[in-house]
Design a protein around this ligand. Structure first.
Ligand SMILES: OC[C@H]1O[C@H](O[C@H]2O[C@H](CO)[C@@H](O)[C@H](O)[C@H]2O)[C@H](O)[C@@H](O)[C@@H]1O
Ligand SMILES: [Ca+2]
Length: 577
């Protein structure tokens, strides 16, 4: 098996100059370990991604997000870093990583990596020095205490494994603070030397050529007695300082916050006009509501969470997603919604992890093609830049018999051959076994088979990304919910209010109508007044649909889990820009 995707010879346009590229981009999260093994080690490597860049370009993604590939004992998928400026030798070398950036950029694909600032591995030399030499230069790099009864208002995040945020260190004979695993001590952001050390890490990777950072676990940087130790004002002050440095030294690079917080708290990570922080934040609250709405078969959960979401500053963007390398987190839903979602989506307790569900998209939706299509249609048309998770474009399965979140981190399935074309290693040597479940076996769920079949999910996803790319309104447009006569039908208009060139043929406005019901539904939707009398046109086939009525209504009939994306065009001869 070669390490490229045959038949996808692509042109190499290079990066286009667009300081706001992230506002219309499609992101793709890919684990270096899981994409392609070029050495037969059983683990993926940088060259394995390079060999698949033509595939990613063909698919239509604009930016890769690479979770940690740095030196690590790998007790938390690499989020336990033991050296910020070294890469795991099994993944390759720094020059090979640089080559990955070069090759991606040549294809117009940007690269964002993870910046894990809140904590390190306990194997990091900073921690080793801190525990053994309290008076030394690293003595104050971590959060130490003689007792374990400080900051008791902070919740425990990894409830499956941890019983306290403090662990006693027998060497220093003090407790150290950790918001995650007990082998991940939190850095002490009260210490300015920690800021300097982190800034050096940022410069190191930005000098290497990356296009930005996802800021891992960013709400937890600062602690204070009597505070829940999340979203602390000093965390925001530090982020503003980081952003100022990045803007000054690396203009155009982005910061993307991973802040699993309610909408009103997440928006704070954009900062203010005077003190901007991140250009993007993942929208954690909307994600579970997409799944909730699908099973409740109601539009309200999505409408409500978006109504609770404050406006974000000009020039910024949400990051939206359906799945990622973690559990499908249910931290942002009510206890009643959580109970319902566990019942619908994780009936077997093995499917749960911490406060969430450790399953992939396709198994979550019982491999239902209409549901997978509808949830993608929502992801790609609601406000935000979507981030796909590797393998979901072919409907890859999961393995709940593996530990923790490894359930959703198995090798990418390229072909029906040995190890799904991921590696030539002895199958027993793979970092995780490939999926061989009845429904999602790599024999039939693989890229090669889906490229060969024009009606595959892969071709469908690619087609959706192509349509989205043609119409910047999906990234840049306003969002207005339309009243719908049926509570199972979610309708909204995206409107591009920028000044436009006359040659610009992209849709100025798009009406998106989604039937969340498993049954066909007829609905009359009411558009904003400005669209009364406008014409409608299907964005996929160009077919004309009925005009919007003079009173702003439009009646549509949708099949089960069906959706429409209808361009709105001013009436011919009308006085509309
Ligand atoms: O580095 C520790 C963890 O950081 C991220 O965690 C996030 O994931 C948690 C669920 O797995 C979530 O509950 C929390 O709010 C997040 O910060 C990272 O994505 C994890 O893989 C990592 O273990
Ligand atoms: Ca912290």
């Amino acid at each position: 098996m070669g390490h490229s995707t045959p038949g996808l010879g692509m042109n190499q346009p290079g990066l286009r100059h667009d300081p706001e590229w992230f506002r219309t981009a499609v992101f793709y999260e890919v684990l270096v370990r899981g994409f392609g093994d070029t050495t037969g080690s059983g683990e993926g490597d940088f060259a394995g991604i390079v060999g698949r860049l033509d595939y990613l370009q063909w698919l239509g993604v604009d930016c890769l997000w690479l979770p940690p590939f740095y030196a690590s004992p790998l007790r938390d998928g690499g989020y336990d870093i033991s050296d910020y400026t070294q890469v795991l030798p099994e993944f390759g070398t720094l020059p090979e990583f640089r080559e990955l950036i070069t090759q991606a950029h040549a294809r117009g694909i940007r690269i964002v990596t993870d910046l894990v600032m809140n904590h390190t591995s306990d194997q990091h030399p900073w921690f080793q020095a801190s525990r053994s030499d309290p008076e030394g230069p690293y003595g104050d790099f971590y959060v130490w205490s003689d007792t374990d009864d400080k900051y008791t208002d902070a919740r425990i995040i990894f409830v499956d494994t941890e019983t306290s945020n403090w662990t006693f260190d027998p060497i220093r004979r003090q407790f150290f603070w950790h918001r995650f695993f007990s082998h991940q001590p939190d850095l002490n952001f009260e210490n300015e030397a920690v800021h300097d050390a982190i800034f050096d890490v940022v410069r190191f990777w930005m000098d290497m050529g990356i296009d930005g950072f996802r800021l891992d676990a960013v709400p937890y940087l600062y602690e204070e007695e009597g505070h829940n130790c999340e979203n602390h004002p000093r965390t925001h002050a530090f982020l503003a300082k980081l952003r100022a440095m990045v803007d000054e030294e690396y203009p155009g690079r982005i910061l993307l916050a991973e802040a699993n917080q309610p909408p009103g708290d997440v928006v704070d990570y954009y900062g203010t006009e005077e003190a901007p922080e991140c250009q993007m934040c993942f929208h954690f609250p909307v994600m579970p509501m997409l799944y909730y709405a699908l099973r409740e078969e109601k539009a309200a959960p999505i409408i409500d969470v978006l109504a609770d979401t404050p406006q974000i500053p000009p020039g910024t963007q949400w990051g939206t997603f359906l799945r990622n390398h973690d559990e499908l987190t249910l931290e942002m839903v009510t206890p009643e919604q959580r109970a319902a979602m566990y019942g619908w989506y994780a009936p077997d307790p093995r499917m749960r992890a911490n406060v969430g569900i450790r399953r992939r998209l396709s198994p979550l939706l019982d491999n239902s093609r209409p549901e997978i299509e509808l949830i993608h249609a929502l992801l790609l048309s609601l406000p935000g830049s979507p981030c796909l998770y590797y393998g979901d474009e072919i409907g890859m399965g999961d393995n709940i018999w593996l530990d923790d979140r490894d359930a959703v981190r198995t090798p990418m399935q390229w072909t029906p051959d040995r190890n799904a074309g991921f590696s030539t290693a002895d199958p027993g040597k793979l970092y995780l076994p490939v999926i061989q479940s009845l429904v999602h076996h790599y024999n039939h769920v693989n890229v090669e088979a889906q490229i060969a079949s024009g009606s595959s999910l892969l071709h469908w996803v690619r087609g959706m990304l192509a349509v989205r790319r043609e119409h910047p309104v999906f990234g840049l447009g306003d969002f207005t919910v339309c009243d719908s006569s049926h509570d199972r039908v979610l309708a909204y208009v995206r409107t591009d209010r920028r000044d436009r060139d006359v040659e610009d043929r992209s849709a100025k406005a798009v009406l998106c109508v989604n039937n969340l019901s498993s049954r066909p539904q007829a609905s009359t939707v009411t558009l904003p007044e400005e669209f009364a009398g406008w014409q409608t046109r299907d964005l996929f086939g160009g077919t004309g649909f009925p005009d919007v009525q003079p009173d702003g209504t439009l009646s549509l009939t949708l099949g089960s889990r069906d959706f429409f994306w209808l361009a709105l065009d001013p009436p011919v001869g009308g006085d509309h820009g």
